[in-house]
Design a protein around this ligand. Structure first.
Ligand code: ARG
Length: 594
């Protein structure tokens, strides 16, 4: 069998066993093959196929009585040769154990060193990722922070896998709240058309206008009036709306810059004319129904679940209407065939309804399009309750990031790093640790669950934390640097020295690195980043074991280098390259020194 280098190990082995089963038992050639990596002592092999047990029953039904061990032996005999397999053994009740070939591993690592870390090969798709999506004039809260972090990483993952990714910020920049904001702006800054109003705190401004809205009927009337004039495109109201949006936009951008997030704004207002069009479409298909003055849409004839409110009784549109217009635009104009919404779990009913409705009216075809609501749990404070400041207010994201910076500086000082690093190096390390640990904590938990926000825990340098990973990474990088030789020209080193995986710990580390493609495929299938975090931790742990028992540089009593193990330093370099790729996806910045 020819080695197709771009297949992951599991994919490759699945192909091998599919062929073997088809040869041994042609009438059962369609059984799904299950191959998994073995965690534990390597006498049981590195990967395992457990299909023999399942086949016992199937064969019995066909009148053939065979033990799982016999079946396993027959499958083993029929396995085509593969360059990645050293040997296949049948063990225990009928397990088929695969031992990987060292030559294959050596080659893979050499390729990684020469050509860089490559993605697994998957069919390329146009994917639209809707994430972050805060609301104008309202606080960007920790829920939006989770969406921002997860959405950015999903985009990076899919980009690395060569997909064509469109990143969209579905900003809440439209709706009736703008009426009161505009009316209040007119009163506070009558000259706003010529002179930008100095609104420092938009939240305060929002609160003030809401107070007036609730207390003053005249103001309320004017506010309603401004909604109408804004929606009909009146230049003065449009200008006021833009000014208000700009204030929020600048605040959001500061957060994105700090977290190194790239996103294109396409807020709800973008769909104004498209909302009219979708309402026309739904009316023409007789999908709208009158309900106490509103126009609603059920997702099926049984009228179960919750209908969409497409047109309000006052003729206005809703969150539902803009999401219907958006999904249509994404499918019909962006030509996305995979749409991902990174929004908290609280909105799962909303998205399920939107997906079903889009299918019902013929926009979405489940055989062609994939839609995912990537939901996530809430962030809790250390008291186990919803994350709040001491005074009970929602936490301002910029304050949270500032606090992270303080904690990380404190930690670096405790390690005496402020004495060793230059000022620039120190600030870089401080940012890498602060933002890295905030992102990593969010990504390393299964996103569905809630998690407790604690700087103490996230800055721990033991266990599966960003700090542990970043320290391990800088340690790995320092090895080649301290060897006194130039490892940046890998090709030259590879011409002179062989890469060997003889030591048990070298071999264990190598096999861990080779899981990379399988891990990425698993992450992309379910859109779960915690698998990648677990993998980073596994790599760092395997590296630590390797480094504890395999010398890379030998020194004499005076600290003079007497021997360099080039092969091992190459393994270090490959490990560093792989970690760098993973960190990039997770949004962790690496620094040479920390
Ligand atoms: N602005 C919304 C909120 O803060 C999130 C929007 C998510 N995206 C979407 N297409 N509905 O809850």
């Amino acid at each position: 069998m020819h080695l197709d280098d771009e297949l992951s190990i599991t994919e490759h082995l699945e192909k091998v066993f599919t062929k073997a089963i088809a040869t041994a038992y042609p009438s059962f050639s369609n059984v799904p093959v299950v191959v998994a990596a073995v965690n534990g002592p390597s006498k049981f092999g590195d990967y395992q196929c457990n299909n023999a047990m399942g086949l016992v029953k199937k064969l019995k039904e066909a009148g053939i009585n065979k033990s799982p061990r016999e079946i396993a032996a027959e499958i083993q005999k029929c396995c085509p040769d593969s360059p990645i397999i050293k040997k296949i053994e049948v063990a225990g009740a009928g397990f088929i154990n695969v031992f990987l070939s060292k030559e294959y591993a050596v080659n893979s690592i050499i390729n990684m060193l020469r050509d860089g870390v490559k993605p697994p090969r998957v069919p390329r798709k146009r994917v639209l990722v809707d994430f972050s999506s805060p609301n104008i004039a309202k606080q960007m809260h920790v829920g939006h922070l989770r969406s921002t972090i997860i959405g950015e990483s999903i985009s990076r993952l899919l980009e690395f896998m060569q997909h064509d990714v469109i990143r969209i910020n579905h900003l809440g920049d439209w709706g009736t709240q703008f009426g009161m904001l505009i009316a209040h702006l007119e009163d506070c800054f009558p000259n706003f058309v010529n002179e930008s109003p100095p609104i420092g705190d938009l939240q305060e401004f929002y609160k003030e206008s809401k107070k007036r809205f609730d207390a003053d009927d005249n103001f309320k009337k004017r506010a309603y009036n401004r909604v109408v004039s804004l929606q009909s495109g009146d230049p003065k109201s449009t200008k006021a709306w833009q000014l208000i949006c700009d204030v929020s936009r600048k605040e959001f951008q500061k957060i994105y810059d700090r977290l190194d997030v790239t996103i294109t704004e396409r807020g709800e207002s973008f769909y104004q004319s498209r909302m009219l069009a979708i309402v026309e479409l739904l009316r023409s298909k007789n999908l709208l129904e009158l309900d106490e003055g509103r126009e609603i849409m059920w997702t099926d004839d049984s009228k179960s679940g919750i209908p969409l409110t497409v047109v309000k009784s006052d003729g206005g549109f809703t969150y539902d209407t803009s999401d219907m217009a958006a999904i249509r635009h994404r499918i019909e104009e962006d030509l996305a065939i995979w749409i991902i919404y990174v929004v908290d779990s609280g909105q799962s009913t909303h998205f399920n309804t939107i997906f079903k409705a889009a299918e019902r009216c013929g926009i979405l075809n489940p055989n062609v399009h994939r839609v995912d609501h990537v939901q996530f749990g809430v962030v809790l404070g250390e008291d186990g309750k919803k994350f709040k400041t001491r005074s009970g207010d929602t936490v301002k994201l910029s304050d949270l990031l500032d606090e992270g910076m303080k904690y990380s500086l404190k930690q670096l000082q405790e390690r005496g790093r402020d004495q060793i690093l230059t000022h620039t190096e120190l600030v870089e390390a401080q940012e890498a640790v602060a933002y890295g640990c905030i992102k990593y904590t969010d990504l390393c938990h299964n996103r569905i669950s809630d998690y407790v926000f604690s700087f103490e825990k996230m800055l721990d340098d033991r266990g599966n934390t960003a700090v542990y990973l970043l320290y391990t990474y800088t340690r790995i990088c320092s090895i080649a640097r301290n060897s006194g030789e130039d490892f940046s020209n890998v090709a030259a080193i590879l011409d002179k020295y062989n890469l060997e995986l003889d030591h048990e710990k070298e071999w264990k580390l190598a096999k861990t690195l080779l899981k990379f493609h399988d891990v990425l495929i698993k992450c992309a299938n379910g859109l779960f980043l915690h698998f990648l975090c677990e993998f980073c931790y596994e790599v760092c742990s395997a590296f630590t074991e390797f480094y504890d028992s395999c010398y890379c540089i030998e020194k004499n009593k005076d600290g003079k280098i007497i021997k360099i193990n080039h092969s091992r330093i190459l393994i270090c370099e490959a490990t560093a390259a792989l970690l760098r790729t993973c960190f990039k996806i997770l949004g962790l910045k690496t620094v040479a020194k920390m």
